[in-house]
Design a protein around this ligand. Structure first.
Ligand code: PDD
Length: 283
C-alpha cells in the first residue's frame, strides 16, 4: 500500500501523469526513513533534512511535521513488515513542460514502504568491496534530489565491478559514496569528511559521530585525502538502509588486513544498541 496525493492505494493502482515535473525534469526531492518495530527512527532529523532539500529547490513544504508523521505512520500501518524503510518523494507537480517554475501547481506527494532487511551477518563478517571514482555530480549534493542520474551511473560502476559501493573523490578528497556516507579509520581515529555542499548530510553519519563522541571513540571531522582513504586501516559505509558496513576491499586491494576492524565492531554494536534502546522507549 502506498500514499499518493491524498489517497492510500495498492502500488499497482498508483499512476502519475507524464507531465509530472519529477518525470520530465527530475524536479523533486526525497527522503528514505527507516522504521524499526513500526516506529520511525530519527524522524525529526529526516524531516529537517527534507525541509533543507525543499528550501534548496525552492519548493514549499506541502505538510507540517505533524501531518508528515501521521501520513508516514499510516503507510507503515498498512504494510506487513515490522521493519520497513519509507520512501517519501515530492515533486513540483504536473504542468506543461517549461523549465520555469509553474504557478499555482500542487506538488505531487508519494510515499511507499519496503521491508527493511539489514545486511546479513555473512556480509558483516567478511566486509564488502568498493571501488573509487571521480565525483562528477553537481555541487548541491547536500540536497536530496530525485534527479539521481550521476549517482546511478556511479553506483553501476560498482555493480559492474562486482562491488557494493563506489567511493567518490573530488579534487583529491573523499566526499561520500554513490548512495552512502563514508568514514575511514587510521591509527584508531575515526575520520569523517565535514558536511558541505559536496555531500549529503547523512542521518546515520550523525548517529555514528554522536556515538563516537558519547563513547570516547577518538574521532576527527576533517577533509580526508584520496591517499589517506587508500591507506586507511578501516573504511566504513553508512546509510539508513545499510546501517554500518565494513569495506574490506578497495579497488581490488585489501583495506588494512582485509577484515572488518575493531572500530567497525565497536560502532556496529553501539548502533544496534542505540537503535534498540530508542525503539523500546519512543520514536
Ligand atoms: N541514500 N549519501 C548519499 C548520496 C545517499 O544517497 C545516502 C542515502 C547517504 C546516507 O544518508 P542516510 O544515512 O541519511 O541514509 C549519503 C538512501 C538510503 C537512498 O537513496 O536510498
Amino acid at each position: 500500500m502506498i500514499y499518493l496525493n491524498g489517497k492510500f492505494m495498492p502500488i499497482h493502482e498508483a499512476f502519475v501523469p507524464v507531465l509530472d515535473r519529477g518525470f520530465i525534469f527530475g524536479d523533486g526531492v526525497y527522503e528514505v526513513i527507516p522504521a524499526y518495530s513500526r516506529k520511525l527512527f530519527r524522524l525529526n532529523e529526516h524531516l529537517n533534512r527534507l525541509q533543507h532539500s525543499l528550501d534548496g529547490i525552492r519548493l514549499k513544504n506541502p505538510h507540517s511535521n505533524e501531518e508528515w508523521r501521521h501520513l508516514l505512520e499510516q503507510v507503515i500501518d498498512c504494510n506487513d513488515s515490522d521493519d520497513q524503510y519509507i520512501y517519501l518523494h515530492i515533486t513540483r507537480g504536473v504542468a506543461k513542460r517549461d523549465h520555469a517554475f509553474p504557478v499555482n501547481v500542487t506538488p505531487t506527494v508519494f510515499i511507499m514502504s519496503n521491508p527493511l532487511l539489514p545486511p546479513p551477518a555473512t556480509l558483516l563478517g567478511s566486509g564488502v568491496s568498493a571501488i573509487t571514482a571521480i565525483d562528477n555530480r553537481w555541487i548541491r549534493c547536500d540536497v536530496k534530489a530525485i534527479s539521481l542520474l550521476p549517482n546511478v551511473l556511479l553506483r553501476q560502476l560498482a555493480i559492474d565491478a562486482h562491488a557494493v559501493e563506489t567511493i567518490l573523490i573530488r579534487d583529491g578528497f573523499l566526499t561520500e559514496g554513490a548512495a552512502s556516507n563514508i568514514f575511514v579509520v587510521k591509527n584508531n581515529v575515526l575520520l569523517a569528511p565535514p558536511k558541505s555542499n559536496l555531500m549529503l548530510p547523512g542521518i546515520t553519519y550523525d548517529v555514528i559521530l554522536e556515538l563516537a563522541a558519547t563513547h570516547q571513540i577518538p574521532h576527527e571531522v576533517r577533509q580526508i585525502s584520496e591517499t589517506e582513504t587508500r591507506n586507511a586501516d578501516e573504511v566504513l559505509l553508512t546509510s539508513s538502509t545499510k546501517e554500518i558496513l565494513p569495506i574490506t576491499t578497495l579497488d581490488g586491494k585489501l583495506v588494512g588486513n582485509g577484515k572488518p576492524g575493531a572500530t567497525f565492531s565497536r560502532l556496529y554494536a553501539l548502533y544496534q544498541n542505540f537503535k534498540n534502546t530508542r525503539m523500546r522507549s519512543s520514536s
